[in-house]
Design a protein around this ligand. Sequence first.
Ligand code: ATP
Ligand code: ZN
Length: 295
Amino acid sequence: MSEKRLRIAIQKSGRLSDGSFELLKSCGLSISRGRDNLYGRVQELPIDVLLVRDDDIPEFVADGACDIGIVGENVAEEDRLAAKREEPAVVVMKLGFSRCKLMLAAPKEWAWDGPSLLEGKRIATSYPGLTSRFLELAGVKATTVMMNGSVEIAPRLRIADAVCDIVSTGATLDANGLKPVATVLESEAVLIRNVATFSGEKQQVFDALLKRIEGVIASREAKYVMMNAPRSALEAITKVLPGAEAPTVLELAGARDKVAIHAVCRESVFWTTLEQLKSLGASAILVLPIEKMMA
Ligand code: ATP
Ligand code: ZN
């Protein structure tokens, strides 16, 4: 193990892995995987990639076996609340993929009117830390029953009265006679890091990677917008462009009162935005994707 190479833990296969590999790829990193498929080496920067189960990632990062990791906020937060580590991994930034919700679900026949209905009840979950925190904040005293999978069958087996689990479509809950009743956490993939200071070289690699990740995330929504417009509409048009800083204004050959306006919009550009621009006198409006961005 080289001290100088930054070690990143990502999920080997599952609902985080495609997004994690894609993000690294968008950062210009190609990973050559080892034969055992547990380990990858990045060509372009001194980075090693460990391919592991998502549940292990917070621990690996907290104890320094890896420097950074990509994991669901649900798993990172649960580790922070329940694993009682002296120095848990720190969330650096949200990454915008693998979005899901951790939800409380109760039997369909319950007339749900708020968390107080759970008073004195048993709740099956793989997330006892997050569930207990939710109940505490709601002022409800209930017991959590830890289960590592198939949480939704617990009420049918009379192991618990309700459950707290990751919900995507709700079909699994429905098939087990349950309905989602409250959101405990809205989760997405996050980048986590070890609390300790990195060595000089490692810090440089980390900074470079972070800059690239920020660039990738910023450019996902960002668009380059171009149009021709009356010079007099410049101010009104700038207000309509979502998340744009000072636009570039260019002369149009042979036109005195018309200019070309170019702007980077950092937020989504919708059809309604284009319609507004049009009504302000803009024409020949073009919206182009941005591949890379660096502030
Ligand atoms: P592993 O084998 O690595 O332990 P797993 O089966 O525990 O994997 P996955 O189902 O791959 O985990 O989910 C990993 C993470 O992806 C979850 O912790 C959550 O953050 C997110 N996730 C879960 N369900 C969904 C979903 N339906 N859509 C998007 N992301 C999800
Ligand atoms: Zn897992």
